[in-house]
Design a protein around this ligand. Structure first.
Ligand code: GLU
Length: 442
């Protein structure tokens, strides 16, 4: 058995019942094969065994009381995966589906994504199976404080810097930051995605969505095309989806869909983002209300957006939201490009189908790295105790996304095929981390 096959078998045996984690590991191991085989240094240093095993995995009880006075308990997680190139960095997800497999797949992906940004951040992820949907303001606050009461002892501005992910936005980060400060009596940039009055960075909210569209535009430009005039299908209606839609519209594209876990909106006249923002960011309501407010818009209960005819598809909801059948529906409708705003939104079979059909496919580790990149810029601003303007941050973000596109393309050309951005992103992300691990010994 080859080195890679051996490692794969042992990771699978030791992580039974963790399908999402194995899916993420399999994709990386398969695509970095040419690099591993090009130099025995990786095997000699057991890099694959080490990179697939988190530095530590923390699981803890999160008790809180609901509005009826009942004591409730959720499970909290923080997986500190790899800090070879910087403090652990990655979001916190609050969603009922959260379990160790999901946090580990996210933490594992974060290692390579963060490396690709070119900034000094390691990989980590956390969260809880707490469901924020339908919870009162007080319940959310109490949960966040209780969660941080335990998490505080494991993190720090130079150790591990969490941020948002699904179910965690500015409000939750604020409550967690307040609790950290109370417990530790240290005012430091321990979380990113903070409010602008207490150390947050301008353009952090927009960064993931904007970055996604910047890199998709880089990819289209490299193929003598652009997003201008294209019909774009977007899933999700969180901050990735909203700001991807905003940037796509500002570059002249027509965005015709958004969705949430209940269903999707198809608006052939182009999604009105002020309405989406009012429903999602202000009222914290369901996307179906869009159809009551905008004439000509259709709401489809259940179902997915991938049957809508489009040129560009931007999955911005969650993992495995594009199955093989969904990919085939997009392909038969002649989709040109796919950019992953969510983490691992395409199943393995869907990626294979896109690549076989020569759809330009930009994987999550490259495509959605703009969010964590601006988080790293927030860390820099906090360390310097100053703040940059929106335009300064946005310009840096554009440069970072271009850098990611170039590194990804270069690695794809050198080790795989020119348009194989999946291999390119994994390889470019991996080489930097592996070099740092080797330099630092065991
Ligand atoms: N949750 C985001 C991601 O998947 C952002 C993480 C961060 O800003 O630390 O990359």
């Amino acid at each position: 058995m080859s080195y890679i096959d051996n490692v794969r078998a042992s990771v699978a045996a030791r992580n039974e019942g963790q399908p999402e984690f194995m899916q993420a590991v399999d994709e990386v191991l398969t695509t970095i094969k040419p690099v591993i085989e090009s130099d025995p240094v990786y095997e000699r240093n057991a890099i694959l065994e080490r990179i697939t095993e988190p530095d530590r995995q923390i699981m803890f009880r999160v008790p809180w009381t609901d509005d009826k006075g009942n004591m409730r308990v959720n499970r909290g997680f923080r997986v500190q995966f790899n800090n070879a190139i910087g403090p652990y960095k990655g979001g916190l997800r609050l969603h009922p589906s959260v379990n160790l497999s999901i946090i580990k797949f996210l933490g594992f992906e974060q290692i390579f994504k963060n490396s690709l940004t070119g900034l000094p951040i390691g990989g980590g992820k956390g969260g809880s199976d707490f469901d924020p949907k339908g919870k009162s303001e007080r319940e959310i606050r109490e949960f966040c404080e209780s969660f941080m009461t335990e998490l505080a002892r494991h993190i720090g501005a130079d150790t591990d810097v969490p941020a948002g992910d699904i179910g965690v936005g500015g409000r939750e980060i604020g409550y967690m930051f307040g609790q950290y400060k109370r417990i530790k009596n240290i005012y430091e940039g321990v979380l990113t995605g903070k409010g602008l009055t207490y150390g947050g960075s301008l353009a952090r909210t927009e960064a993931t969505g904007y970055g996604l569209v910047y890199i998709v535009e880089n990819m289209l430009n490299a193929h003598s095309d652009s997003i201008k005039g294209k019909t774009v299908v977007i899933s999700g209606s969180g901050n990735v989806a909203i700001y991807a839609a905003q940037k796509a519209q500002s570059l002249g594209a027509k965005v015709v869909s958004v969705s949430d876990s209940n269903g999707y909106i198809y608006d052939k006249n182009g999604i009105k983002l002020d309405v989406v923002k009012q429903i999602k960011e202000v009222e914290r309501g369901r996307i179906k209300e869009y159809a009551d407010r905008v004439k000509g818009a259709e709401y489809h209960d259940g179902g997915k957006v991938w049957n809508i005819k489009c040129d560009v598809a931007l999955p911005c909801a969650t993992q495995n939201e594009i199955s093989e059948a969904d990919a085939k529906a997009l392909i038969s409708n002649k989709v040109l490009a796919v950019g992953e705003g969510a983490n691992m939104p395409s199943s393995t079979a869907a990626i294979e189908a896109f690549q076989k059909a020569k759809v330009l496919f930009m994987p999550a580790k490259a495509a959605n790295a703009g969010g964590v990149a601006v988080s790293a810029l927030e860390m820099s601003q906090n360390s310097q105790r100053l703040s940059w303007t929106f335009d300064e941050v946005d310009e840096k973000l554009k440069g970072i996304m271009r850098g990611i596109f170039e590194k990804t393309t270069e690695a794809a050309v050198k080790y795989a095929k020119p348009d194989d951005y999946v291999s390119g992103a994994n390889i470019a992300g991996f080489i930097k981390v592996a070099e740092a691990m080797i330099a630092q010994g065991v």
